[in-house]
Write a protein that binds this ligand. Structure first.
Ligand SMILES: [Mn+2]
Length: 354
């Protein structure tokens, strides 16, 4: 091969642009604005804004479109502690993601005013009081008009979120729920609300409408516990059905079930196959792959999603960091879903760090 000609070199040298002169002008605008306010492109060292995806830390929902909140709770997990470290791990792994959504090209921080509220502060050590602490935070954020994105903690945290939002919206929500488990078991022995019973209790308290609830990815050794899902009219889509019928079918079905009214999106990371997600309280084989979960999140665009969560990521079981890495990617997908939905529904402000 001969060397490149002067003509070829001139052509390629004309393409050599300065840093921050990106082909997509919106990206340039974002980086110039955000970098001035402390958003770091190099995420390996000290971060001025160490929250989820470097969102600014604010302790109030006033004037905010989307509030991300950590709920470091594992008292309601049956058998295994550790998810209380989830929010901290997801914040750390979130350094790998953002600000641009790979599939849609959207920048949630340009679409919406986004904050990291920080973690729910506990006023006591017991489960009931801590659920009440979560409820109060989410009721206040809902009343301030925010969409919320909760990072667990285990699935019991969702009970506090739904209670607070249901009160603030004065509504019973539809639910898109990805999980290996329906979490609709009866209470036996101890706490009435725990991470295996939360969706039964959310129905019995009027937070959600079972006939507008779809549970996706269901499988495993606990299947005999979920009669309430079937009796109350929830739509249960097993992991096998997701593979047999495809994500396009699942998305169509989910959209049909929840309809146009207010809907909550709850992602238990154990919906993913344990090969991808061992860092969780109740890992289950024969489950969904990351692309299927991402596609279902992408497929919820245009629905009336008022809040979401990602729960049950357990760093104590995440020996190689694969689970935290993937969980943060999916948490970013949920943030982008909320930003797309919110900015379609109403005029939103951009995120400011200072
Ligand atoms: Mn589960």
């Amino acid at each position: 091969m001969a060397k490149l000609t002067e003509q070829q070199l001139a052509k390629y040298r004309a393409m050599d642009r300065p840093a921050f002169d990106f082909a997509e002008p919106g990206v340039t605008v974002f980086f110039e604005r955000a970098a001035e306010q402390g958003y770091n492109l190099d995420t390996t060292g000290f971060l001025q804004h160490p929250g989820f995806f470097q969102a600014p830390h604010r302790r109030s929902g006033e004037g905010v479109d989307i509030a991300m909140v950590g709920s470091p709770l594992d008292l309601g997990a049956i058998g295994l502690a550790g998810t209380r470290h989830g929010p901290q791990a997801v914040r750390e792994w979130s350094r790998n993601y953002g600000p641009i959504n790979d599939s849609t090209g959207q920048i949630p921080f340009e679409q919406c005013s986004v904050i990291d509220f920080g973690d729910v502060e506990w006023s006591a050590t017991d489960l009931q009081t801590r659920l009440n602490d979560i409820y109060q935070v989410f009721a206040a954020l809902g009343q301030a008009g925010c969409a919320t994105l909760n990072c667990g903690g285990e699935h019991t945290t969702t009970f506090g979120c739904l209670k607070g939002l249901s009160e603030a919206h004065d509504d019973s929500f539809g639910v898109i729920h990805i999980d290996a488990h329906c979490d609709t078991m009866a209470s036996w022995g101890g706490d009435v609300v725990n991470d295996g019973s939360i969706f039964r209790q959310a129905v019995l308290n009027g937070f959600i409408d079972p006939e507008r609830t779809v549970q996706i990815g269901i499988r495993g050794r606990s299947n005999f516990l979920w009669e309430f899902s079937h009796d109350s009219g929830m739509t249960v889509i097993t992991a096998d059905e997701v593979f047999e019928k495809g994500t396009a079918y699942v998305i169509d079905k989910a959209r049909e079930v929840v309809g146009k009214d207010k809907t909550y999106f709850s992602l238990d990371v154990d919906g993913l196959d344990s090969n991808y997600m061992m860092g969780t309280t109740g890992p289950e084989p024969f489950g969904l792959n990351p692309r299927q979960v991402r596609d279902i999140i992408l497929g919820a665009r245009g629905l009336n999603i008022i809040g979401a969560d990602m729960v049950e990521m357990n760093p104590n079981r995440d020996s190689d960091g694969k689970s935290g890495h993937l969980a943060a990617a999916l948490f970013f997908e949920l943030l982008c879903l909320l930003a797309d939905v919110r900015s379609e529904q109403q005029s939103c402000g951009a995120t400011h760090w200072t």
